[in-house]
Write a protein that binds this ligand. Structure first.
Ligand SMILES: *Cc1c(COP(=O)(O)O)cnc(C)c1O
Length: 365
């Protein structure tokens, strides 16, 4: 028998979440962002459930190739564009749209030999200060691109730094609108947080939105809103089983460093999941888990292959009991990945992306 741990991918949840994104985006087209192997879920595993998207967006050319290999003939966008001139050959061959965020990429395009002019998304840096042309340099970049025979259509895009926070997107939208208002071309704005929180606001006009995390069922602004409040369903569930049970007396401790000490007699379950499976080692005693669908907590330090859970309130749970580390239990109860992430001082994004190679993944029928 294989070690009793698995990740389950739920296509129905992804379909539901994508429908939520479409509804929140109004008339805008929706890029399904599938970078980082679909946020750890596996592009091939989620593709079918995402067919209702208007396009797929990612960074890696190899991931774009995989989406084409799955038979997708619609739009594909490289969010960071080309890294070297040769990448543009693949863009021509596979009909990929690509971001242009710096002068070097314009120079690459000027050197690129193609019979098929490219559609590009010119990126404006409206305050994130990661990629893109600042508003004062944007127009010149646009004019250079517009003069290239290698370029067909130019769309405009920017990325928000605070769509999930109090600062919001207003300032950035203003800069973007001001710098693009008399330029032709479609506009692409909005990650998940902006789609869910701001898309209905006046003045935020997008032809394309780019949700990622919401499609996988994690709340983009947890804990301000939970996934349930956004009506999102977990696309990934990490489940393992109890492979050992210990009976503690007061004063007994659990795991490396003896960081948890029992104050009364208690039962402890040892779960076949550790940090080598992608469960964060930093999660302290008290991180929530579901045992046979009932909430409990971890005890002591997470080790490489195992962690311990509290069985005190669960007299019927023992060897073989199902432990849901995040996502949906087989009884249907949900432990949001965002809650576990909060205990690990991070976001659902990082947990789903860090699911380890050694965990077998099953797609739910
Ligand atoms: C990752 C990414 C997104 C998606 O962000 P989420 O917060 O996951 O919705 C959108 N746009 C760009 C440019 C990205 O890199």
């Amino acid at each position: 028998m294989p070690r009793p741990i698995q990740a389950l991918i739920d296509p129905q949840a992804i379909r539901h979440n994508l429908a939520r994104a479409h509804a929140a985006a109004g008339d805008a087209n929706v890029w399904a962002v599938v970078k980082a192997n679909a946020y750890g879920h596996g592009i091939e595993r989620v593709f079918d459930a995402m067919r209702a998207a208007d396009g797929f967006a990612m960074l890696d050319l190899s991931e774009a190739e995989r989406v084409r290999a799955l038979g997708w003939r619609g739009p594909v966008l490289l969010l960071e564009g080309a890294f070297e001139v040769r990448d543009l050959e693949l863009c021509s061959r596979l009909g990929l749209w690509h971001t242009v965020h710096c002068d070097e990429q314009i120079e690459m395009l000027a050197l690129h030999k193609t019979h098929m002019p490219h559609r590009v998304f010119l990126k404006m840096n409206t305050g994130m200060n990661r990629l893109g042309f600042t508003p004062d340099r944007y127009r010149a970049a646009w004019a250079r691109l517009n003069a290239l025979p290698q370029v067909d259509e130019i769309s405009h895009m920017t990325h928000f730094s605070d769509a999930d926070g109090d600062k919001g997107i207003e300032e950035q939208v203003q800069r973007f609108v001001q710098a693009t208002q008399d330029l032709p071309g479609e506009r692409s704005l909005a990650n998940s947080a902006a789609v869910l929180r701001h898309c209905t606001q006046a003045g935020v006009r997008a032809d394309w939105v780019r949700p990622g995390i919401a499609l996988y069922g994690s709340s983009p602004d947890h804990p301000k809103h939970t996934s349930a409040q956004w009506d999102l369903q977990p696309a990934m569930s990490l489940r393992a089983r109890i492979i050992g049970v210990q009976h503690l007396q007061p004063g007994d401790t659990v795991g490396y460093g003896s960081s948890f000490k029992a104050e009364q007699p208690m039962r402890v379950g040892v779960v076949a999941c550790g940090y080598a499976d992608g469960y964060p080692r930093i999660c302290p005693t008290g991180t929530p888990v579901l045992i046979n669908g009932v909430r409990s907590r971890t005890l002591g330090r997470v080790s490489m292959d195992m962690l311990a859970v509290d069985l005190s309130a669960l007299p019927d749970a023992g060897m073989g009991a199902e432990v849901t580390l995040w996502g949906r239990s087989s009884q249907g109860a949900v432990l949001p990945i965002d809650e576990v992430a909060a205990h690990a001082q991070t976001l659902g994004y990082e947990l789903m992306c860090a699911l380890a190679q050694r965990v077998p993944v099953t797609v739910i029928e």
